[in-house]
Design a protein around this ligand. Structure first.
Ligand code: GTP
Ligand code: K
Ligand code: MG
Length: 463
């Protein structure tokens, strides 16, 4: 096998042979704490503390003792002999009482077992990956699953933890391999007049279909919207009531509100869970050009940047002034961002709900009395729901890493397609091979060493 095409299983030789142990449950006082061990000494460690090995994958209530025979705890212990374990190595679990001193005493006894040492952050998952139990997409999915805060994030992360990316890449790879096989066959028949041209014609639709599928997957940003949350920027002139609105939507006193224009300078962010979907509300400095000091000017610069990058901009207008709302200056609008007009201060005497043909939606509300806030919340929830993938549909490309690799595949496919009608079969085949390499990189099959540190940085100890 090509040395570059290392798979998880092939790099098993690199797995360190020592045995790792860590508390896998969250720290702090709890009823139960789970201590996990992985490696060749896991069985010996279990024997040393519990006195015997339970049947594989069956819980056994045991008295744990240290080397001096001192009673440490009464615990449920489990034994997972290799290779049928999460890491693919011998593994053991001790479900001990969650008190700090209990955990410390049991760990102390474990460190005395030869070959056992504390696990580093993400080390269990890393071993599982190196032993071919998980592919890189699944590892990323697991990291997301552990971090998931909303129902939508949990569902997407679970699909990825169970191999969503790998399964999609496998299908893409199938197409590419069919095309490559045809091209290679054409090169073998180069002597005969028509064969190369015919097989090339047969291979082209595969490459074009693959290119189209990748482009479609890249255009689908819904996965990232679920994973990172939709960004909703609150923008407007000074004193329009933006910070008051942030506080009203979050139902918490987060941002400073005052009658002084230019109160908000730094970006203030708060994450909301609307119907199981994550939304990040961003309060920004009021936009104005005159009478602005250095600090406020920097605040306005930051505000403009966040407004430009937002998925939705809520333009807050002080309806109490009676003035027509200015359209958000063109420079603030980019891409597919949607723009809503919120006519705030509906409670003020003489408040008018103005026309705003440039806004996709218009709502009147009062951040002070709370009138219209429930309507806005449900409008936001609907907007999020429209942008979410339908139930059971899980986008494959959900990280910057995925996008970069997919983009590289497309570039090589384009280069191959550009050579299709030339006689340069060798170059064409080479571009297809490079495309295959980029697909392998997307699946985490090559250049794995570079990726691992980045991915495992997201994990903490015991995972
Ligand atoms: N009557 C009324 N006053 C409001 C309402 N919302 C905000 N205000 C008042 O408007 C003033 C400005 O409110 P802020 O929330 O600080 O406005 P802002 O847009 O964040 O202001 P900057 O951060 O300075 O740009 C404060 O005195 C608020 O109490 C409202 O719905 N009705
Ligand atoms: K203010
Ligand atoms: Mg403010």
């Amino acid at each position: 096998m090509d040395a570059q095409q290392k798979t998880g299983t092939d790099v098993a030789a690199d797995v360190p042979r020592d045995t790792i142990a860590a508390v896998s449950t969250a720290s702090g006082r709890a009823a139960v704490a789970v201590i996990r061990l992985s490696g060749p000494a896991a069985g010996a460690a279990l024997m040393a503390l519990a006195g015997r090995l339970p049947e594989p994958r069956r819980a056994l209530l045991s008295t744990l003792r240290d080397a001096a025979g001192e009673h440490l705890d009464r615990a449920l212990v489990l034994w997972f002999p290799a290779p049928r374990s999460a890491t693919g190595e011998d593994m053991a679990e001790l479900h001990v009482h969650g008190g700090r001193a209990v955990i410390a005493a049991v760990l102390e006894a474990l460190w005395r077992v030869p070959g056992v040492r504390p696990a580093e952050a993400g080390e269990f998952t890393r071993r599982s990956f190196l032993n071919g139990k998980m592919d890189l997409g699944a590892v990323e999915g697991l990291a997301d699953l552990l971090a998931a805060e909303t129902e939508g994030q949990r569902r997407l992360a679970l699909a990825h933890a169970f191999g969503r990316l790998g399964e999609r890449v496998e299908a893409w790879r199938g197409r590419l391999i069919r095309a490559m096989a045809l091209i290679e066959a054409g090169i073998d028949f180069a002597e005969e007049e028509d064969v190369p041209r015919e097989v090339r014609a047969a291979a082209r639709p595969e490459v074009e279909a693959l290119r189209a599928e990748l482009a479609e997957a890249l255009a689908d940003r819904r996965g990232e919207l679920v994973r990172e949350g939709a960004s909703v920027a609150i923008a407007g002139l000074p004193n329009a009531g933006k910070s008051s609105l942030l506080n009203a939507l979050a139902a918490r006193d987060i941002a400073i509100v005052s009658d002084e224009p230019g109160t908000t300078r730094d970006i203030v962010e708060v994450a909301l869970d609307l119907g199981g979907r994550k939304l990040v509300l961003i309060d920004t400095a009021g936009l104005r050009d005159e009478g602005v000091g250095k600090v406020e000017a920097e605040g306005i610069r930051r505000a403009r940047a966040r407004i430009a990058a937002a998925d939705l901009v809520l333009w807050v207008h002080d309806a109490g002034t009676g003035a027509a709302p200015q359209a958000l200056p063109a420079m603030e609008r980019t891409g597919a961002a949607e723009l809503w007009l919120l006519a705030n201060k509906s409670d003020a005497p003489g408040a008018v709900s103005p026309e705003a043909p440039w806004a996709q939606r218009r709502l009147a509300l009062s951040a002070r009395t709370g009138a219209g806030i429930a309507d806005l919340t449900s409008a936001l929830a609907d907007w999020l729901a429209r942008r979410a993938p339908p139930a059971g549909e899980h986008p494959a490309l959900i990280r910057a890493r995925h996008r970069q690799a997919a983009q590289a595949v497309i570039e090589h496919l384009d280069a191959a397609l550009a050579r299709w009608e030339t006689q340069d079969e060798a170059m064409l085949a080479e571009e297809l091979r490079l495309a295959a390499n980029s697909l392998a990189r997307l699946a985490g099959r090559i250049d794995v060493e570079d990726l691992l540190d980045v991915v495992f940085r997201e994990f903490c100890i015991g995972k």
